[in-house]
Design a protein around this ligand. Structure first.
Ligand code: ARG
Ligand code: ZN
Length: 440
């Protein structure tokens, strides 16, 4: 999901020296519902206030989730009451909510016990560090070499390896292989959306470890899955700021003008919004040219090693990739291009038809409903996003952005206990797409 783009300056709470951890102690999460344009404007005026973060777009008659720093909570609530603006409090202490989200990481001895037991220490009841991801993938590649191949496609700004997991059974003839459809899935483009890489890993696990059960979708379709597009940002959310969104690159123009101007919020000026950095109508709308903003599109299209690596890989395989899926959070939506314009894609009905199959299969698992529609109709325009690029440049017909759970009760801080149910419903959805591609 995106922050409200008129605002979104990351004036991090409690500016602390580098490497220490940002605290959200007594920060509150409010849910507000503007009923008219005046209320939208009143609420919009909060943007830019130090410590205020919009988690969802500010739209009339829709709820918007806003983080408020402790020193402003009284004032802001009074202000809302004065104006008759309706709000509810979702959290009175974000730091506590953060602590509850992820059960304690495993101790070294627990880890080694798991390792002896299973060959890796990856689990589905907590959000793991990036290194655990890599160890688990390595384990899968070693244990199931017939169907798993790890393909390094590049490195992040801070030098972390990006590994695509290719899942494919060799049960086809060479001729069949050439025409076999492939599906691309990526996760973790936005650092704080922890459920996304976890679900990508769950899909990998099911396809590989339960191959016998899901044999048809592996035999008939090849899968390219990159569970973590933005490992630098992800690690940063573990070590320094749980609510970080962008990558962690440093750009020149962010050291001078912006840094001086935004010196008060200096620590938010690193990184690029990787979902605004793609070379398709880059920078046109719904993105910022201010490095200190949450939706900074980067100094130019594909300035980031992460987006470039993914794009190069997809272009290399675009003949066979028929579906592009990118996992984000939150709001439970199955989004269809275009995002840069309100114009409908020419094959809108096909994308809706396929998307409906996906959300129906999804709903059957736990009864959880995902809305479907174009990004511009359900949200608003954002240019330079990966789904538009995949469709517009790479020519991949079925391109979707999936906003995972939930609808905001926990937002980015979705408890780890929801990894499995979310994983299961989304796995059902992508299987529905795979089955459908396999038939045509
Ligand atoms: N939440 C995502 C973001 O902020 C997607 C918003 C809709 N845009 C899109 N291209 N699907 O980047
Ligand atoms: Zn996102």
């Amino acid at each position: 999901l995106f922050p409200f783009f008129r605002g979104g300056v990351r004036s991090s709470p409690m500016m602390k020296p580098k490497m220490s951890k940002v605290s959200y102690k007594r920060f509150q999460l409010l849910r507000v519902r503007p009923r008219n344009d005046d209320e939208v404007e009143d609420i919009g005026n909060l943007e830019g206030e130090t410590g205020v973060q919009f988690w969802t777009p500010l739209l009339k008659n829709k709820t918007v989730d806003i983080v408020i720093p402790p020193e402003l909570t009284l004032n802001i609530k009074e202000f809302f009451k004065d104006r008759g603006i309706h709000f509810t409090v979702l959290s009175t202490d974000l730091e506590k909510t953060i602590a509850k989200q992820n059960p304690k990481l495993l101790s070294t001895s627990q880890k080694s016990e798991l390792k002896v037991d299973k060959g890796h220490s990856f689990t589905w009841n907590r959000y793991h560090r990036y290194n655990d991801f890599l160890v688990y993938l390595e384990h899968l590649a070693n244990t199931y070499p017939q169907i798993v191949e790890l393909m390094p496609i590049g490195k992040s700004s801070e030098g972390r390896i990006l590994k695509v997991v290719k899942i494919s059974s060799g049960s086809n003839t060479d001729a069949e292989k050439l025409i076999k459809p492939a599906i691309w899935i990526d996760g973790g483009m936005h650092a704080r959306e922890w459920i996304s890489p976890a679900v990508a890993m769950f899909i990998i696990k099911q396809l590989v470890e339960r191959y016998e059960t899901f044999k048809p979708v592996v035999d008939k379709v090849d899968w390219y899955i990159l569970p973590m597009v933005n490992p630098d940002g992800y690690e940063y959310t573990h070590t320094s700021d749980r609510l970080w969104r962008k990558s962690r690159s440093q750009h020149d123009d962010n050291s001078l003008r912006s840094r001086i101007f935004w010196s008060a919020f200096r620590s938010s000026c690193e990184g690029v919004d990787l979902n605004r950095n793609w070379d398709f109508h880059w920078g046109e709308t719904g993105a910022s040219d201010n490095p200190c903003h949450e939706t900074y599109a980067g100094p130019k299209a594909f300035s980031e090693p992460e987006t470039r690596a993914v794009a190069d890989f997809i272009l290399d395989h675009k003949e066979r990739i028929q579906a592009y899926l990118t996992l984000h959070a939150y709001s439970q939506m199955w989004l269809i291009p275009w995002s840069y314009t309100k114009t409908k894609v020419e094959d809108y009905e096909d994308l809706m038809f396929m998307g409906r199959k996906a959300i129906e299969a999804c709903k059957k698992v736990n009864g959880v409903h995902y809305d479907i529609g174009s990004s511009t109709s359900l949200l608003y325009a954002t240019a330079g996003s990966s789904d538009d690029w995949a469709k517009g440049r790479a020519g991949i017909k079925y391109s979707y952005t999936v906003e995972l759970r939930d609808k905001g009760s926990h937002g980015f801080l979705l408890p780890a206990s929801q990894i499995l149910p979310t994983g299961r419903e989304i796995f059902a959805a992508v299987r529905a797409i795979a089955r459908s591609l396999a038939q045509t």
